[in-house]
Design a protein around this ligand. Structure first.
Ligand SMILES: [Zn+2]
Length: 230
């Protein structure tokens, strides 16, 4: 099939021969649609709908929309996979704590580039330190490592929703994002009992994502307390 070239079409033939309007070539409607920024409305207004141009535009818009949807899904999926990966590391820390008869909670602090800055688990019993929660230890360890008492652009992954003390420490450290596993309906300070992550009294807000690997994170706690009671 020969596809007509519009430039060639205009240059080679007298307009009256093609359009029957001597001296005044009528504009090709497909060019009108393709070239005009308001091609759709112009085509509809003038009634010069061109099937080819409309199809081309329609397919182009569909392709762009599918690409945008695909990109968005891909970004969402990759972000979820990343969160689950780091939560898996935090869960491994919780298991270490469990082996040491500590409440199985683990935390991992991750830098902006995805580098793990610290990994810790609960140690208040073995260290005789009521502040020895996994989050506090992870913040302390990461601060010492980077040589800064502020940890901007970092994400803290913790298997259990943090308490008031730990959210307070995160605010002081300027942790950017919190990702937790199981919610804590008894003392969670990131939305369950109260929410300090977005409190207006603080000059720092923390982005929160909860429920990542929540089943595993809750199950290890449930099993730990059940064993202790039994
Ligand atoms: Zn805590």
């Amino acid at each position: 099939m020969v596809v007509p070239d519009r430039v060639w079409h205009y240059d080679r033939f007298p307009s009256k021969k093609i359009h029957g309007l001597p001296g005044r070539p009528r504009k090709d409607p497909s060019r009108l649609i393709l070239e005009s920024p308001l091609g759709w409305s112009a085509a509809l207004r003038t009634g010069s709908l061109c099937r080819t141009g409309l199809l081309k535009r329609t397919f182009l818009y569909i392709k762009i929309m599918l690409l945008a949807i695909g990109m968005r899904n891909w970004q969402t999926e990759s972000a979820l996979e990343r969160d689950e990966f780091f939560m898996g590391l935090a869960f491994a820390e919780a298991e270490k704590g469990c082996a040491q008869a500590e409440v199985p909670v683990g935390a991992v602090l991750v830098g902006a580039d995805g580098q793990v800055l610290s990994r810790e688990h609960n140690r208040p019993i073995s260290s005789n330190d009521p502040t020895g929660h996994a989050e506090i230890l992870a913040i302390r360890s990461a601060s010492a490592r980077v040589g800064n008492y502020r940890l901007p652009e970092t994400t803290l992954y913790v298997t259990l929703e943090p308490c008031v003390m730990c959210v307070g420490a995160m605010v002081h450290a300027r942790v950017k994002r919190l990702v937790f596993g199981a919610p804590d309906p008894r003392s969670g300070a990131a939305g369950s009992v109260l929410d300090l992550t977005g409190a207006s009294c603080f000059n720092h807000r923390i982005d929160v994502t909860g429920g990542v690997l929540a089943g595993r994170c809750a199950e290890i706690l449930r099993a730990f307390f059940e064993q202790r009671r039994g």
